[in-house]
Design a binder for this molecule. Structure first.
Ligand code: NAD
Length: 422
């Protein structure tokens, strides 16, 4: 099968394939077939399942679970609840998980899952029923030795707890290690909830350190104020950045003097959104991306920085908290303009790294301190960033391509060593 057949429509998977093709040109020491097979997910599951709603009616929902590669270990990747989830998005996110795990050197392959649903329209009871049924439907793939989900957009520790409990009920014993991002009370890890956002800050800090700069005094804008966005904003704020704008699905807030991020977090806890934060002016999500600032952190959905707006971005550093926020066309524009892009597969890899720590702790039934987790996380991310940076300098390529060269080489080498079965 040609490796270009899937490049027909522009979607997240098309973007992931274009990135892979770009990286493949620079990969050394592996046979072409070992790279070609990585263009395809290893296996895909689509599930359609009924859920009884509070009013007694029954609705049928569609969900997915995709395993991109099992070459380096069990598969790992989050579950997304969003009305625009589709199979191509899940395929792309699964492929990016394979790269991410290879870059940070943890023994996992990539997976991703999703359900086509707007969870804001469900009651808590409906959300639990949907989650438990989806968990049951994907349990033919999900297990602590083979495939371990985690939170993503619109899923959280409570949802992971329901997944673990459902799986455990079916097994007849408690299986902590089947899912990560759980509450601490149910085998969750200290530091998991903040890992992705802390990791975004560690990677920014390391990149700046190499340029003789610090975060202190720099101006930042953050799109998305969920798990990744709020903790990234808080982490750079605590390092002394002036965070002038943040946003969520309802809109953005802007204050050129800087926002008090702990107070914004309190406001969101109280009102459910960043909008109407006292002392701020409104901006749209599109305007936020173009505000004058040093560091832009997209931390919401994919496909936000495109050829339409890349030339107007004012930031000189973009740290990708979100997965796939930048299209390949925008990447080229940023490269031409000398804008530094800290790519998603490195910048937001803190989440999967601490998910790995959680899994190890669950398997050992022995838990680590918050300090140990934070220290190990920083070491892994700084080392991974530097490995990518070295390739980028050596091969004269941008950081995203360099990151994917490192990942593809590691995964394709595993393929070459395994050989082909039968
Ligand atoms: P989340 O559900 O906690 O938060 C998502 C945020 O984005 C919310 O503030 C939401 O209001 C906002 N949002 C949703 N739709 C939007 C839109 N159309 N425009 C602007 N804002 C919008 O999700 P999260 O876990 O923080 O994930 C955010 C991004 O980070 C995703 O791309 C996800 O894949 C990626 N990511 C998450 C993790 C993790 O550990 N949670 C790890 C790596 C990458």
């Amino acid at each position: 099968m040609s490796t270009t057949t899937s490049h027909t429509t522009e979607n997240a998977y098309t973007v992931a394939l274009k990135q892979l093709d770009r990286a493949a040109q620079h990969v050394e020491g592996v046979d072409r077939w070992a790279i070609d097979r990585l263009h395809y997910p290893q296996r895909e599951l689509t599930v359609n399942f009924p859920v009884k709603m509070d009013d007694g009616s029954v609705e049928v929902f569609t969900g997915y679970r995709v395993h991109h590669s099992t070459l380096r270990g069990p598969t790992k990747g989050g579950i997304r609840y969003h009305p625009e989830v589709d199979i191509n998005e899940v395929r792309a996110l699964a492929m990016w998980m394979t790269w991410k795990c290879a870059i940070v050197g943890i023994p996992y392959g990539g997976a991703k899952g999703g359900v086509v649903v707007d969870p804001a329209l469900l009651s808590l009871r409906e959300l639990e029923h949907l989650t438990r049924r989806y968990a049951t439907e994907i349990s033919i793939l999900m297990n602590p030795k083979g495939d371990i989900p985690a939170p993503d957009v619109n899923t959280n520790a409570q949802i992971m707890a329901w997944i673990m409990d459902t799986y455990s009920m079916h097994q007849g014993f408690t299986s902590l290690a089947v899912v990560t991002g759980k509450p601490i009370e149910m085998g969750g890890s200290l530091g998991r909830n903040t890992a992705t956002g802390r990791g975004v800050m560690f990677v920014i800090r390391e990149s700046l350190r190499q340029q003789g700069k610090t975060i202190k005094g720099l101006v930042a804008a953050v799109q998305g104020f969920g798990n990744v966005g709020s903790i990234s904003a808080l982490s750079v704020y605590q390092e002394g950045a002036r965070v002038v704008a943040v946003s969520d699905v309802r809109g953005g807030i802007y204050n050129p003097q800087g926002l008090d991020i702990p107070k914004v977090i309190e406001h969101v806890e109280y009102t459910g959104s960043v909008v109407n934060f006292p002392g701020s002016q409104s901006v749209t999500n599109a305007e936020l991306l173009l505000l004058p600032c040093d560091i832009l952190i997209p931390a919401a959905l994919g496909n936000q920085l495109t050829e339409d707006n890349a030339k107007d971005v004012k930031a000189w550093m973009i740290a990708e908290g979100a997965n796939g926020p930048t299209t390949p066309e925008a990447d080229l524009i940023f490269d031409e303009r000398g804008i530094q892009v800290l790519p998603d597969v490195v910048a937001n890899a803190g989440g999967v790294t601490v998910s790995y720590f959680e899994w190890v702790q669950d398997l050992e039934w022995f838990f680590w301190s918050a300090e140990e987790i934070e220290k190990r996380l920083e070491t892994i991310l700084v080392n991974s960033f530097n490995a990518v940076k070295d390739i980028s300098i050596k091969k004269h390529i941008d950081m995203r391509t360099a990151a994917q060269v490192l990942a593809v080489e590691r995964v394709a080498k595993a393929q070459m060593i395994s050989g082909l079965y039968p």
